[in-house]
Write a protein that binds this ligand. Structure first.
Ligand SMILES: [Mg+2]
Length: 365
């Protein structure tokens, strides 16, 4: 039998990130050339517990299902599509949001976020997520129940968040955005150029895990944010997540996500800008650019969301959007346990996750 590492290299081509697979060597016997017709010529493993032969991706999936999570960097990019699902992006967003809540409105350099904290302008307990995550959960819950993008149903759930505190840890909606409040009161999304806050971008990531087309993404934005800058920012972000989760290199994923129009052109090189030039206010393009910058200039989930919070200003939403992106790519297992432990209302998150729409591809192709 060839060595574990040799088999992985043969099967996948060398990727330095896969070296951590060696940690699992004791749990599996790994064979690259399977002559079992039922399994076919793909790499497989023999589970030591049961002696069962299992295709390699399924074996990793089982470990995840048992809570033995495959950690950040464990899965080569080429294998990620098979494993990375909605849960990664939603928890990534919620943890980023909760990290940022205590520092919202504080200026860059006036604080340093290193983990979950309490207090801030909203006086919340540590681990409390805000409107960003609540609206994302309302959107998820709608897809879970309706099985499609149903904007009337989504709007009803947004209203129940605003008026009844649904999808919140304490039954209380806080940090409500202006356009969101106005749009829900008037029953139609704000169309003015000045109504391009980040209020729809912050909730849109779950649509990357559905078959929603661009018009459906626009419609989900337009419930509250109907101007083209907001709707196209949402389309861009959904595409970016899909492209990254699909195993594409960052530069390529970004290139094929950027919408047409001069307002969006800066996104192409925002990643290489110095930190002083990265804006982190509430404008939707600030948030999108900042999230891309944080993701591109860090190499772990934790570093990405801390970078986002520490940009200051709209800390919770910047970290929510950056967290959705980093969560999608690095996976739920990459989120530090202490942050997940501190995150409140995980039962509500679990209730809202939808299943059956995730992009799951077989591997290898
Ligand atoms: Mg917020």
């Amino acid at each position: 039998m060839i060595s574990f590492e040799q088999a992985v290299k043969m099967a996948l081509g060398y990727d330095p990130r896969m070296r951590k697979f060696a940690e699992y060597e004791n749990a599996f016997e790994f064979c690259a050339d399977c002559d079992d017709e039922a399994i076919g010529p793909q790499p497989y493993v023999i589970m030591k517990e049961t002696g069962e032969r299992v295709p390699f991706p399924d074996a990793v999936m089982r470990r995840r299902e048992r809570g033995e999570l495959v950690r950040e960097g464990d899965i080569p990019a080429s294998m990620r599509p098979a494993f990375f699902t909605l849960r990664d992006a939603v928890y990534g967003a919620a943890v980023g949001d909760a990290l940022g809540v205590p520092y919202e409105f504080q200026s860059r350099g006036s604080f340093e976020c290193t983990g979950m904290a309490s207090g801030g302008a909203h006086g919340q307990l540590a681990g409390t997520f805000s409107d960003d995550t609540s609206l994302m959960l309302a959107l998820c819950d709608s897809i879970r129940v309706r099985g499609r993008v149903d904007v009337r149903d989504m709007r009803r759930r947004f209203e129940s968040w605003l008026h009844e505190g649904a999808y919140t840890p304490d039954g209380n909606a806080f940090d409500v955005g202006n356009a969101t409040r106005t749009a829900l009161a008037e029953g139609r999304g704000c169309e003015g150029e000045r109504s391009n806050g980040n209020g729809s971008l912050m909730r849109i990531a779950p649509l990357a895990y559905t078959t929603a087309d661009d018009d459906e993404v626009r419609a989900a934005s337009a419930i509250t944010h109907a101007h083209r800058i907001s709707t196209e920012s949402c389309v861009c972000f959904v595409k970016l997540i899909r492209n990254l989760v699909g195993g594409n290199p960052f530069e390529l994923a970004l290139k094929y996500s950027i919408p047409e129009g001069e307002q969006f052109a800066f996104l192409a090189d925002v990643a290489s800008r110095p930190r002083e030039e990265v804006r982190s206010g509430g404008y939707v393009l600030d948030t999108l650019g900042a999230a891309i910058w944080c993701f591109a200039n860090t190499s772990s989930y934790a570093d990405c969301v801390l970078a986002a919070v520490n940009l200051g200003s709209d800390t919770d939403t910047t970290a929510c959007v950056a967290g959705a992106l980093a969560g999608a790519v690095y996976g739920y297992g990459a989120i530090p346990d202490e942050w997940l432990d501190a995150l409140r209302a995980k039962d509500i998150i679990e209730q809202c996750l939808f299943h059956g729409f995730e992009k799951v591809r077989s591997w290898p192709e």
